[in-house]
Write a protein that binds this ligand. Sequence first.
Ligand code: DUC
Ligand code: ZN
Ligand code: ZN
Length: 477
Amino acid sequence: MKRGYNVDDKGSLLIHSGNVVTATGSSRSDVLVRNGSIEAVAPGLHGATEGVDRVIDATGHWVMPGGIDTHTHLAHPIGRLGVTTADDFYTGTVAGAFGGVTTIVDFGLQEQGGTLGEARHQRLAMIAPDAVIDYGFHIIVTDVNENVLSEMEGLINSGFPSFKIYMTYGDKKIGDDDLIRLMEVTAEHGGLIYAHCENDCAVTHLIERHLAEGKTGPAYHATSRPPEVEAEATNRAIMLAELAGASICIAHVTSSGAARHVAEARARGVSVWAETCPQYLVLDSSVYDAGGGCEVAKFVCSPPMRDHSHVDALWEALGAGSIQQVSSDHAPFRFEGQKTGGCDNFTQIPNGLPGVETRLPIVFTEGVVRGRLTPERFVELTATAPARIFGLTKKGRIEPGADADLIVVDPDRELTVSAAVLHSDIDYSPYDGMKLNGFPTWTISRGQVIVDERALSAERGRGRLVERVPIDRPSLQ
Ligand code: DUC
Ligand code: ZN
Ligand code: ZN
């Protein structure tokens, strides 16, 4: 029992006397970890600490599965502008670890004219030296051709079962014809389409109209992408998936209309899942009040934040199960020098908000502490469901045989958010001043304590590529 010993994934660790919370229940219990996996979960294991390398006393704490964030953009050229996000795979995964995230599923972008295999190869080479937590990535398909379609079966069966598509965003956009072709292949081989849904024609038209009318300030970003453009594209993507018999996950649902299309499709048996993100649950369209000047650019993301009726609808959908997971869509840009490039023209503001570090605390505080979600539902939304939807068989659960990816949280400990206390390589937080519970005291990845009483103890590059399997289509949980 060596207090302070940083157990690697060959060691053993006992976390005792915590409130162990899973997606299906909570109880006071101990968790024994050996060689990176969970060996046993039961009360009374702390009677046998002989030979255990490290013991964590979790009295008064909650022990939960490490968060799985299936929507991060690290060192990634975003959207139509192609501006690269400010976090690399070191700063982004360190930020994740401090926010209780033990696995990310990021993105590898197919270049125009390039292959999906090249996208995989390039992205792996970028991530592996830097990541401190485990990682996978979705391949973003931007250029569909026969070769691409024939590559997909091999990718699905070798740990890359999900394919991101954009229904808007310039040369990254996929048309409906190509979307159906992709869906036919994923339907046949157990792949999943992960879709950014906005009607590109409507957005393009509205942007042009705003600019022609002199409505160029950052606040007009939001009115150029109203809820209808999201709801229409969401419904279209779902209907195409239904036609092809394919599974689909709708990225970042922000509006009541899109949430309703998802719920209705699930009710008729379509294999559709949906995520929302913390920004759409705690911020609303008042962040775009024109009085804010260029500060408004800090909140420019797509889809944008909505009015409060949509915020309420999203919480309801989370409670009812028609939205199954919360991801961050972590796409951090510095305010000075990146966001400010569009102070006079909202189309020049890179789209995205940081979120990998604050996702769990926001959902914990606004969901569990405020009584909107049970602790079990919190675990389901942030870890267990993302693992199930995206084929991460060893993650997101606290049970023998699962990877020992755990967080130990003091539910009463509060932290006031500012860029200075967070770990992303940017100069602001959209949640500045917010008081949040739910930051972990310890974050454990494959048995290794990587955040130890709020101090980093992880080597750069220790993260591993996560195993993923083809998607279980009939499961609509
Ligand atoms: N939307 C954003 O705002 N940022 C990242 C990509 C996206 O779809
Ligand atoms: Zn998106
Ligand atoms: Zn995104």
